[in-house]
Ligand binder design. Structure first.
Ligand code: DGN
Length: 261
C-alpha cells in the first residue's frame, strides 16, 4: 500500500511531516510541482489541469489514496479530482474548517491563504457547512510565501509583514486558520504578536483523516509488508527543493527525482 501526496511545490512537506507522524510505516510518493509554482495566482482551469496531471502521475505509482497537500489545489481542484478519479482523494480544507469550528469560542474565525484560496471562498463554504452562524474573516497574504522560502521566519521584517496583513483581525477573531502550506513555519512569529488567537494548522487533522480513510478501506490491515520510504519528485530544481525542504520537513531529503508531467 502506498500513498500519494502532492503540492504546487515545497509547502506540502508540512503536511507530509504530519502524515509521517501518524502513518510512519507507509510508503509515500511526494510530488512538488516546482516548475509551475506558485498556483496561488493561477486560474481555476489551469490548477485543475495541473492537479489532474499530477494525480495521473501518482496513479502510475499504484498509490491507494492521494492527499492534495496544497490549499490552493484543494480549493480549486479537489471537487473535479474526486469526480474524475476513483481512489480516495482528500484535501486540507475540510479538516482545517472542522478544527477551527471546534476551537472557536467567539464564533469568529480568520482565514489566511493565497489569493486563489481566499478568492475561492472555499474555507468559508466549509465552515458554514459545519455552522452557519460562524463569522469568517478572510485575507490573502501573498508576501508570506516568499518570506518563508527565503528563510525569514522571525525578526523585524517578517513581524512587519505579519502586522500589515493581520492587524485588521485584532479583536475581531479568536481563531486563525493557516490556509496555506507555507504558513505553519510562521506560526511562532504570528503567535508572539497575537498570543490570544488560537492558530489552526490543517495539516495535523488532514493526516488523521487520511489514517481513518485508509482504515475504513482496510488498506492498512491488508498490508503485510511495511515500506516506510518516501520518494520525492519535482518538476524542476531538485537541489533547491532539497536545500529548502529541510526547513519544512525538519529532516534531510536524501534523493529527489526530476519528472516531466
Ligand atoms: N501550497 C500552496 C497552498 O497551500 O496554497 C502555497 C504555494 C503556492 O502555490 N503559492
Amino acid at each position: 500500500m502506498s500513498i500519494g501526496v502532492f503540492d504546487s511545490g515545497i509547502g506540502g512537506l508540512t503536511v507530509l511531516k504530519e502524515i509521517r507522524k501518524v502513518l510512519p510505516d507507509e510508503k509515500i510518493y511526494y510530488l512538488g510541482d516546482t516548475a509551475r509554482v506558485p498556483y496561488g495566482e493561477k486560474t481555476k482551469e489551469l490548477i485543475i489541469r495541473y492537479s489532474k496531471e499530477i494525480v495521473e502521475f501518482l496513479l502510475e505509482k499504484n498509490v491507494s489514496a492521494i492527499v492534495v497537500a496544497c490549499n490552493t489545489a484543494t480549493a480549486l481542484a479537489l471537487k473535479e479530482l474526486k469526480e474524475t478519479f476513483k481512489i480516495p482523494i482528500i484535501g486540507v480544507i475540510e479538516a482545517g474548517a472542522r478544527t477551527a469550528i471546534e476551537a472557536t469560542e467567539s464564533g469568529k474565525i480568520g482565514v489566511i491563504g493565497t489569493k486563489a484560496t481566499i478568492q475561492s471562498g472555499k474555507y468559508e463554504e466549509e465552515i458554514k457547512l459545519f455552522n452557519k452562524k460562524v463569522e469568517v474573516l478572510q485575507k490573502a497574504c501573498p508576501l508570506f510565501v516568499p518570506a518563508v522560502e527565503e528563510g525569514i521566519l522571525s525578526g523585524k521584517l517578517v513581524n512587519q509583514i505579519i502586522k500589515t496583513y493581520l492587524d485588521d483581525f485584532k479583536g475581531k477573531i479568536d481563531t486563525l486558520i493557516l490556509g496555506c502550506t507555507h504558513y505553519p513555519l510562521l506560526k511562532d512569529a504570528i503567535s508572539k504578536i497575537y498570543p490570544d488567537i488560537k492558530i489552526v494548522d490543517p495539516a495535523k487533522e488532514t493526516a488523521l483523516d487520511l489514517k481513518e480513510i485508509l482504515e475504513q478501506n482496510e488498506f492498512l490491515k491488508n498490508d503485510a509488508k511495511k515500506d516506510e520510504e518516501v520518494k520525492y519528485y519535482v518538476t524542476d530544481g531538485q537541489e533547491k527543493f532539497k536545500e529548502i525542504g529541510i526547513m519544512f520537513l525538519e529532516e534531510d531529503i536524501p534523493k529527489v527525482e526530476l519528472v516531466k508531467l
